[in-house]
Design a protein around this ligand. Structure first.
Ligand SMILES: [Zn+2]
Length: 390
């Protein structure tokens, strides 16, 4: 009996112990599960709210966390602006279930780091406010880009990304960076007699046109790419070129490249000599090499590119000769409307001394361009006509 009683006791104790262990394990695993859930939620809400996580808010945040994250597989190939609200922001839109103040959804400022900053940087890059890599570090460049974005969108330019800046960034009113015209365009070219630079009318080796600007400061790469990022042109002509190319793009004719623009005397000299040397290597005599070069290349001081008013254009979407492109067809019809002429054509070769150059556009201002377009005169003929008319 004793033994049996003893056995019964042992059995009872063992059963109780097992029950206690089971209960402990159940509580432990439940707690663990909650912990995981809380952790999952924490990744989706900003750090500021982590301390406030309780069962209710964790559950709310968890449901928000289920919103597909832009980094998640679902939205991986969708561009950022198609999915305007990243997870962190979506979490904030979930109504706060408790009486505690609504968490600040987005707060990114100098020193911030991580996915949120990366998302911010990618958006700023898309809009042209930020150059360089989206490295997830909110440094000086990111702050400057944010300030610029805020200025151009009527926001407080404090360089801090709160809810308002964030919603604007991903909202419909967000627009690409506007470049500031430097200096303001003037109209001296259009209002004066067009300058003539050719073999009979050279400019001096030290002559430099006024009002040169960097084309990249005026024409964004979305309008035209530059063969030379440091290319310059006379302000008025560069602005006219921008307006013209934008009009072409609006007509569905894009993919522009600016191949050549302002050329200094020395640059022209280099180009000329390169051609001469090439012909010399082909076994020509010096005088033959020079006259062959002169068919297509102007002597230093006689190139229209020296004026800063001439641009060689190209199409980036085809390897066809420019004369066979939609871009050329558009320019033939419309370039005069923007103050440009096709400077050298085959028909006028004996007047201009140049073979046709379908890619070479010279700015003279709308009035002069219109008259030349209407009369079919090339620049040499037009200037003679103007002189005779005076
Ligand atoms: Zn040219």
């Amino acid at each position: 009996m004793r033994t049996r009683n003893g056995n019964n006791t042992v059995f009872l104790v063992t059963a109780l112990a097992l029950a206690a262990l089971a209960a402990f394990l159940w509580i432990f695993s439940a707690a663990k599960g909650r912990e995981y859930r809380a952790e999952a939620a924490v990744t989706a809400v900003p750090t500021a709210t982590v301390h406030a996580v309780n069962l209710v808010s964790a559950a709310a945040a968890l449901s928000a966390a289920e919103t597909p994250s832009p980094a998640g597989t679902g939205a991986a190939d969708a561009p950022m602006y198609v999915t305007p609200a990243p997870a962190a922001f979506a979490a904030a839109e979930t109504p706060a279930p408790t009486a505690s103040p609504a968490p600040t959804a987005v707060y990114l400022a100098s020193g911030s780091a991580g996915e949120g900053v990366r998302t911010l940087q990618q958006r700023l890059r898309e809009l042209g406010f930020l150059e360089g890599e989206a490295d997830g570090q909110f440094g000086k460049a990111t702050k400057a880009a944010v300030v610029l974005f805020q200025k151009q969108h009527g926001l407080d330019a404090d360089g801090i990304v709160g809810e308002k800046t964030w919603t604007t960034l991903f909202g419909d009113s967000a627009h690409a960076m506007e470049t500031t015209p430097t200096p303001a365009p003037f109209h001296g070219v259009a209002e004066s007699v067009p300058i003539l630079v050719n073999r009979q009318h050279p400019v001096g080796s030290d002559w430099v046109p006024e009002h040169l600007v960097y084309i990249a400061d005026v024409i964004p790469s979305s309008v035209a790419v530059l063969a030379d990022s440091k290319a310059q042109g006379v302000s008025e002509a560069v602005y006219a070129l921008k307006t013209m190319l934008e009009a072409a793009i609006a007509d569905g004719v894009g993919h522009w490249k600016i191949r050549e623009a302002y050329r200094t005397y020395d640059a022209q000299k280099r180009i000329f000599n390169n051609y001469v040397n090439k012909y010399l290597e082909d076994g020509r005599s010096r005088s033959s090499a020079i006259s062959a070069t002169r068919q297509t290349v102007a002597d230093p001081g006689t190139s229209e590119h020296h004026t800063g008013l001439a641009f060689d254009l190209n199409a980036t979407n085809t390897s066809d000769a420019f004369v066979d492109t939609a871009q050329y067809v558009w320019l033939v019809r419309h370039c005069w409307e923007y103050g440009f002429i096709i400077r050298y054509t085959d028909e006028k070769e004996d007047v201009t001394g140049f073979l046709g150059e379908e890619w070479h556009y010279r700015y003279v201002g709308v009035e002069h361009a219109r008259k030349m377009h209407e009369t079919g005169m090339c620049l040499e003929e037009y200037l003679e006509w103007l002189g005779a008319a005076e």
